[in-house]
Design a protein around this ligand. Structure first.
Ligand code: TRP
Length: 477
């Protein structure tokens, strides 16, 4: 497989994979989930699910990549032992999923970059919420999305060690320092304690089936699973590296950053006195975007002209790095499929896929409904179905996964992990889908199952209802 490229170092691979995993999901979604869904109680559930569902799925997907040494579609063919295998469709499914995430993700990365640039002008300093209203859609959004897509294409076109590794080896440590820096700064401000109470105060009474299923959705999204991204990155690993060790490191680094991000966001909101403010509360309730692009810039403004700009600038730079390193790994999925499968030159594949991504990104930049739609298709449905099928394939169909997991370890853990992939992971996904999605009632008090048939109880069945149904199960708004 010479010429395909390979990571230069173990550190480089881990930084790239952590770069894929750590993104908007860690920096904004997770902190909100933790604060809203029972604090430490949610964390407890999240970490439990990470161990029994997320980690096995991660190790399974990584093994598929490392064992086959090729990109998703070819990998499934090869490991199924049949070039005509229907499992190849799972590779294409991953490609589609990655593209759907890209269609909205680069747009958000563009917002982050714009907010970073505005730290040196007066943009959000004068009127944070107003800036977001003008920044989130329109011609400038298209422009910043173009910049982000261009940078992503450029880095991916430079190859594995020469592009992706080089970029992430700088961006990830920088992001870490930024987050830790703000966490420490906040620690010394009077009044920050309320932020810690907001995220850690355990409230087991608040936990419901829905929190559990939302946590599963978040684990998968955060670890970038089910879309062939981790599979692709693992296919560039050196043979002597250990999937079990590196995969565990990546998974825990990902959660670590998510928890640190919560320890950054909420204390900042607390010491600036905004946490209990009804306007801020409404911005937090409105979702991840309101939190990152309305509530937080407000908090930066109240830190004063100099400090506020500095903290704001580094925060948005960090947010941009997190989103860019994830976009890179998303683009690498279709690019690697074209390079390995069709023999296309890497730069051509990157440019082609960049153009596709950009075209749909324009839609998301013009109208937020497109952005929401791509986001729902990707997150509510594709990721979960992708993870379920990938673990079933890794557990039941692919041979040698247990051996791959044992390689380089003193104890034999492979068979147990494979057993988890076979049973616990898919069963838990199904169970949470039934109890978190189908069970219960919808807004009209109808049995939620009839969601499928339409809000009004059956006359307007449509596929948007199906998206909602999955959303109810695996996602927290
Ligand atoms: N993990 C990323 C985050 O937390 C988002 C993401 C989902 C992703 N699927 C992916 C990134 C696939 C790269 C590849 O924000």
């Amino acid at each position: 497989m010479a010429g395909r490229g390979q990571w230069n170092s173990r550190f480089g691979f881990i930084m790239a994979a952590v770069g894929s995993a750590v993104g908007l999901g860690n920096l904004v979604r997770f902190p909100r989930e933790m604060a809203d869904q029972g604090g430490a109680a949610f964390l407890f559930v999240y970490l439990g699910l990470l161990l029994i569902v997320g980690l096995p799925a991660m190790l399974g997907e990584m093994s598929l990549g490392k064992m086959s040494g090729t990109s998703p579609v070819n990998a499934y063919r090869q490991l199924a032992g049949d070039v005509k295998s229907r499992w190849a469709a799972l590779g294409m499914f991953g490609v589609l999923a990655a593209l759907f995430v890209l269609f909205f993700y680069t747009v958000i990365a563009g917002w982050a970059l714009r907010f970073f640039v505005e730290s040196f002008r007066d943009g959000w300093f004068d009127d944070p919420s107003g800036l977001f209203d003008t920044v989130s859609t329109g011609p400038w959004t298209i422009f910043w999305n173009f910049v982000v897509t261009g940078v992503t294409v450029y880095i991916v076109s430079r190859g594995i060690s020469g592009g992706i590794e080089k970029a992430t080896v700088i961006m990830m440590p920088a992001l870490f320092l930024i987050i830790v820096g703000i966490v420490i700064y906040a620690l010394f401000q009077p009044g920050m304690g309320a932020g810690y109470r907001e995220i850690f105060d355990p409230d087991f009474g608040e936990l419901s089936v829905n929190n559990v299923s939302n946590a599963i959705g978040q684990v998968f999204f955060s670890l970038s699973l089910g879309q062939g991204a981790i599979l692709t990155y693992a296919s560039y690993m050196e043979k002597k590296q250990s999937v079990a060790k590196d995969g565990t490191t990546i998974a825990f680094a990902d959660s670590g950053v998510a928890i640190l991000a919560a320890m950054m966001i909420f204390p900042v909101l607390a010491f600036t006195g905004l946490l209990m403010d009804p306007v801020t509360q409404a911005q937090l309730d409105s979702g991840s975007f309101g939190t990152a692009f309305r509530a937080l810039p407000n908090a930066f403004v109240s830190m004063g002209d100099v400090i506020g700009r500095i903290v704001g600038a580094v925060f948005f730079l960090g947010l941009f790095f997190a989103a860019l390193s994830s976009s890179i790994s998303l683009l690498e999925v279709p690019v690697s499929v074209l390079v390995d499968g069709k023999g296309l030159a890497r730069w051509k594949a990157a440019l082609l896929m960049g153009m596709v991504t950009y075209s749909f990104g324009v839609l998301s930049s013009i109208n937020g409904n497109w952005l929401d739609l791509f986001d729902q298709i990707a997150i509510n449905v594709f990721i979960v179905v992708g993870v379920a099928l990938t673990t079933i394939f890794a557990g039941w169909k692919a041979k040698g996964v247990a051996k791959e997991l044992d390689a380089g370890l003193k104890s034999r853990i492979g068979v147990y992990v494979v057993w988890m992939m076979r049973t616990v992971t898919p069963v838990l996904i199904l169970v949470t889908f039934i109890f978190g999605g189908l069970w219960g009632t919808n807004a009209n008090g109808d049995f939620a199952f009839w969601y499928l048939a339409g809000e009004d109880g059956g006359t307007s069945a449509n596929w948007r209802n199906l998206l909602d149904l999955f959303g109810r199960a695996f996602r927290f708004e």
